[in-house]
Write a protein that binds this ligand. Sequence first.
Ligand code: FE2
Ligand code: FE2
Length: 474
Amino acid sequence: MAVDYRGRIPNNIDLSADRRLQRALEHWQPRFLNWWSELGPEGFQAADVYLRTATAVDARGWASFGYVRMPEYRWGIFLAEPEQDRTIGFGDEMGKPVWPEVPGEHRAALRRLIVTQGDTEPASVEQQRRLGHSCPSLYDLRNLFQVNVEEGRHLWAMVYLLHAHFGRDGREEAEELLYRHSGDPDNPRILTTFNEPIDDWLSFFMFTYFTDRDGKYQLKSFAESAFDPLARTCSFMLTEEAHHMFVGETGIGRIVRRTLEVMQALGTDDPDAVRAQGAIDLPTLQRYINFWFSSSLDLFGSETSSNAATYFAAGLKGRPDEASFEDHVCLDTAERIAVPGEAGGVAEEEVPTRNAMNEITRSLYVKDCAIGMTRWNRTIKRAGFDAELFLPSTRFRRTIGRWAGASVAPDGTPMADDLYRKRLPGWLPTEEDKAYVRSLMRAVTEPGRMAGWIAPPARGIDGKPVDYEYVKLH
Ligand SMILES: [Fe+2]
Ligand SMILES: [Fe+2]
């Protein structure tokens, strides 16, 4: 169904046919707008931003581009087209018809999953709210705002599910989603990564590379759900999410390119020399990678999880691209997973596959994260340097799961606790790193110009040139 833009809430779910739901969402809408004006992008609310807006939900040609003021963005409810006679693709109910409504026995679990996902969406907008003031270019400013309005829409996506399928509890949860705030000591967002500050654009690109990619894997798992409205909602969110990861991947790639230009001109990879030229040295990049990658790994939960097993058995949450696996029931099978062994070493443990679902998903995520690393390392090689960026060990700096609190170096070496504690700050962005990166963060707002620490993008947005006026500041 085409997106209906006639009402107050754009949608492709025939919202006007359900008066009760429509009224409930129209009641929530001003609260959302309030939240956006208070905790959305600071400043820039009057700027005309060249944004894409969903006009349909098919894989191709679903968006139209045009200048929009952010508060006037048409946030709405878009579900992927229903799949005729879709059946449950995994777990104990495999092969039975999917559910158009929430079965009573799964209500609490589904609500919890939807609220946890929903909480991350406004959280990231809050984390990124001050970045506009230090944008490296208008192109980047536009991308930031595109990500922000779409995270706002993802909040709408989850709030729709809560309102439409969870009655009074759902309405209360929808209120709470606007009540918790990122970094608020009394009332923080649910997951740690979404309370970490994002004060500079290097952190923003790391977040969109690593943390939005966690989002991709969560959404892929939900796109398999037997609860069909959740599956369809998440399928469409994935098409939006792809742009967020593009922003992260190309952002880091452009920083690497600029750094290499400076290194080549200087004939050295000496960090101080690179910094003296206003670029970001590779060891600093590595420390930011160490931080955001390790933080994002925790989002997948514990390596062994009875909750994950229950979600899989019940059909609530599958594995990403479930169809690519052979066995969709996983009843009498086992996985070997790495767990802490003696003397800080690694041991293997055999666990029922269903209990290892978090770890299976995390492993796929890690592989996906490695793709960018390989690409950037190739650029570094080609530029004539033999430095390498790498993903730290999945056992490094974990705070959730079997490896929580383990003293493991980024290269995976087990360490004595006190030595680890002494060395840890040096593996993460130091105060000095942050101060240096902050010193680079000055707004560049002339169309086509780039800050000195990042190379221009290969191409513009929507076929427009790089020097297009992507944001009209008034
Ligand atoms: Fe999102
Ligand atoms: Fe995202």
